[in-house]
Design a protein around this ligand. Structure first.
Ligand code: KOT
Length: 828
């Protein structure tokens, strides 16, 4: 919108231009003003929710000022921008983050106290912005924090889901899903009713020759849905840069309802169309690492890609630069294949709307996009049926076929002897129905493809993208190991540890350069430091114990070893291995004499995580964990020696309490299946140790912190294929005897009706044990014993944890972002 204030009036404007509060009194005045006016509450009608509103609005004002300035600066300097396209941003809460990133939390805390409120209570009033499933969405959120902190001009684009990931309730041990309507009161978003894009679906393509003999394609008819922008400010830490996260909301293109229909008496039809349009951005798909090919999901993807691309192109066109400059002004990163339609969409814009020739358009597209792969699991690789794409996006299907044709020619020319290769690498899978392989389209349309940890980046080159390495050479493929933002995952989640570190390093610079942590290794023998470090860990365990009591009524002793596995429930992540191990531990305890039991290291096994609503096996695992808890926690023989807790509704704000409270956390996926994992980094950074397989980022964590400081077990990824083969084809595959013992008690009904767990047990005993639970069981149990023994030596344990923290600098998402900027985006 070009509507600047005339020169003559600017002085007056500037005189009254908004300013930030600077003192405690100014803060209080802002809070009271917002509560009394914006929220229309009073002294006699102000609960913690209203106090939260007042504080959030006071900080929001500060953010908005910096946000406007940042956008203004970026508009005039017009540097190359980064656009991060992700269907998921798992942001969590914004207030604490805003206070810490812009500063002034201390002032606010004191001010709030004077107004009669406690900061923790106020912060906990906020609902999580839970627009994601797990690691992929949280990674996107960490990246936004780093991009702003490092002053990169960057925008996130996603959908404004009305419902984020469902809330999980546990009823009689079973997961029940409850909708998460999170928008009741969301002071962090700004509707931009003037920023809209009409997005087309269905219809058909008309082709004709123009006077010069050029083929013209026109996508006609179909239906239009309007995308409305909602913006959220993303403040950097200790910088004035405040970037933008733009979320698109869908509504009918003709406004509230169709007046023609309405006036002709078709009331229901006019409203139905509006509801159909709003359905597009209604709900986040709750599957993690699983694709189900639903039409609405494809509609979401295109709606979001089309609106975002239109917005990006509109911004580029303002600069009036030539099209060949586009890749010098714009870098678009595809977070997994979900935004791959952006590739044919940019082609469509350049060819059909801007009139570029194919080769020029294609060269621009390839230079613009980068693609991040997050999984090699076959069930997660996106494919869309050709008839569905044809129906919904007829012009895009033609473009995809043309991209494929050019690519096939290229392959044919360069690999004339390998006829089979064409079929293997074609974007179109020749099945019934034919399918569009989105990962291949993403590889072909991007200039760089990256995996998210070293092992994973190696694996994609030797498995799913092997042929593409031959075709394009190895340089197209690279690695950017994931990271986490130390602002949220250290400073915010564990303020006392952050303060202790700052006291030794002479300030908080380590939060902007996490490699500085190495300097605390000098204090590993410092008595005072050790004592304080240990006290902080204990206090964090007390906090989790308190939460466990309040939320679940289970008392746990904070002196026990806290063993935690929190992440999405998935067979490949092997929560079943963990709970079978817990059962085995229970059986051993039951076998012991009271004398023997006295020597045992007490332990609490915490689990947490959501199962996709349609994933029965994952839901069965949750049920088993709860059933085991019900038996073990009420067994008088056992007492504090073993407790089993399932933490309901695991989310970002709960992770902030959970991650600082572990002694051991579990990252035990079948080798070669977890692309990276990022919670492993959070736990270690907060002074916990890891039991893990040689998988994902566990390998690099080991490299950084040292083999003595991590408990690795299990088979290696290079052996997985042979083991699986042996399960099916060699006659002598036998279940591990310790695991057999566990199965025997499950079958005997010790944890309730055995029939409920038969599919889980049979997946291992009868159906080939695809995830190698039996193969790794003995090694897992032995390693847990080593952990019990190691924990007894509290001094040695403490040394391991301090050393590990000091060596975690590599895992900052700031390092990731600098790597992306340098290797992939070419931005400064
Ligand atoms: C795939 C399809 C739909 C929704 C989510 C996915 C997905 C999630 N694929 N990979 N991930 C996880 O991404 C994280 C961030 O890179 C990794 O740490 C983790 O290992 C992946 O499983």
């Amino acid at each position: 919108v070009e509507a600047s204030i005339p020169e003559g009036q600017r002085a007056a404007w500037k005189k009254f231009s908004a300013t930030e509060f600077k003192t405690k009194d100014e803060f209080e005045s802002e809070v009271v003003k917002h509560i009394e006016t914006t929220l229309a509450r009073s002294l006699f009608n102000c609960d913690e929710a209203a106090a939260y509103g007042g504080v959030a609005l006071a900080f929001r004002d500060r953010l908005v000022i910096e946000w406007n300035r940042t956008q203004q600066r970026q508009s005039s300097a017009d540097p190359k921008r980064v656009y991060y396209l992700s269907l998921e941003f798992l942001m969590g809460r914004a207030l604490d983050n805003a206070m810490l990133n812009v500063g002034m939390k201390d002032v606010a805390k004191e001010g709030l106290g004077e107004l009669g409120f406690r900061m923790e209570d106020v912060i906990s009033q906020e609902r999580d912005a839970a627009l994601g499933n797990g690691g992929l969405g949280r990674l996107a959120a960490c990246f936004l924090d780093s991009l702003a902190t490092l002053n990169y001009p960057a925008w996130g684009y996603a959908l404004r889901y009305k419902y984020g990931i469902f809330k999980q309730e546990i009823v009689d041990g079973y997961q029940v899903e409850v909708p998460d309507y999170w928008l009741d009161f969301n002071p962090w978003e700004f509707p931009r009713h003037d920023v809209t894009v009409d997005v087309q679906f269905y219809g058909h393509v008309r082709k004709y020759m123009d006077e010069s003999g050029k083929q013209i394609s026109v996508w006609e008819d179909g239906e239009l849905v309007t995308a409305v922008a909602y913006d959220a400010p993303i403040p950097g830490f200790g910088t004035r840069t405040t970037n933008n996260l733009r979320l698109w909301s869908s509504k009918a293109s003709h406004g509230e309802f169709d007046f023609t229909k309405f006036n002709s008496g078709e009331y229901e039809a006019s409203v139905a169309e509006q509801q159909r349009a709003e359905t597009i951005s209604a709900v986040l798909y709750p599957n993690d690492s699983l694709e189900r090919g639903k039409e609405l999901r494809l509609k979401q993807q295109y709606f979001w890609c089309a609106a975002s691309l239109f917005d990006i192109v509109r911004r580029f066109k303002k600069s009036r630069k030539a099209w060949k400059e586009f890749p010098n002004q714009v870098a678009i990163q595809l977070n997994d294949t979900h935004p791959t339609l952006a590739i044919p969409e940019l082609m469509r814009i350049l060819l059909d709307q801007e009139g570029l020739e194919w080769d020029e358009a294609w060269s621009i597209v390839q230079k613009t996009f980068g693609y991040t792969n997050h999984t090699v699991l076959p069930e997660a690789l996106e494919k869309w049926s050709v008839p569905l794409v044809q129906h919904l996006l007829p012009r895009h299907l033609q473009i995809i076929y043309d991209i494929n044709l050019n690519f096939m020619h290229y392959v044919e020319r360069n690999f004339p002897k390998d006829r089979e290769m064409l079929g293997r690498v074609s974007i179109i899978e020749e099945s019934t129905p034919k399918m569009v392989r989105m990962a291949y389209l993403a590889v072909i349309g991007s200039h760089k493809v990256n995996g998210v940890a070293e092992l994973h980046s190696d694996l994609i080159k030797t498995t799913i993208f092997k042929d593409f390495v031959k075709i394009y050479g190895p340089d197209k493929f690279t690695n950017v190991t994931n990271g986490i933002t130390p602002r949220r995952w250290l400073h915010q989640a564990n303020p006392r540890l952050s303060e202790l570190i700052a006291s030794k390093l002479g300030g908080y610079d380590f939060l902007r350069d996490l490699t500085l942590l190495h300097k605390i290794e000098a204090y590993v023998d410092d008595k005072e430091f050790r004592k304080e470090f240990q006290e902080i860990k204990y206090a964090n365990k007390v906090r989790l114990a308190k939460y466990t009591k309040e939320a679940h009524g289970i008392s746990v002793n904070p002196s026990s070893l806290f063993d935690i596995q929190v992440k999405r429930i998935h067979e490949y992540k092997r929560q079943q291995l963990n709970i079978f191990g817990v059962i085995y531990r229970y059986l051993e305890l039951k076998d012991m004499s009271p004398e023997e039991r006295k020597k045992v290291q007490p332990r609490v096994s915490f689990f947490g995580g959501k199962a996709a609503p349609g994933y029965w096996m994952a839901k069965t695992i949750i049920h088993l964990i709860n059933q085991v808890g019900a038996v073990v926690n009420n067994d008088k023989d056992i007492g504090d020696l073993l407790k089993v807790v399932f933490l309901e509704d695991y989310n970002v704000s709960k992770a902030e309490i959970i991650c600082p409270a572990s002694d051991i956390s579990e990252h035990i996926s079948t080798a070669g299946t977890e692309a990276s994992g990022t919670s492993n980094m959070k736990f270690v950074l907060n002074g916990g140790l890891v039991i893990g397989t040689c998988d994902g980022a566990n390998i690099e964590i080991t490299r950084e912190i040292g083999e003595d400081n991590i408990f690795l077990f299990g088979n290696l990824s290079e052996d997985v294929e042979d083991l699986r083969h042996a399960h099916t084809y060699s006659g002598d595959f036998a279940i591990d005897p310790k695991l057999e013992r566990v199965f025997a008690v499950i079958r005997a009904g010790r944890f309730g009706d055995a029939a409920q767990f038969s599919a889980l047990v049979n997946s291992i005993v009868e159906h080939g044990d695809y995830y190698l639970v039996s193969d790794d069981f003995a090694s897992y149990i032995d390693t847990q014993k080593l952990i019990d023994a190691a924990y007894k030596d509290q001094e040695a344990w403490l040394t391991k944890t301090i050393t590990s923290v000091s060596r975690m600098g590599f895992f900052s998402s700031d390092r990731c972002i600098d790597e992306y900027a340098e290797m992939i985006w070419n931005v400064e």
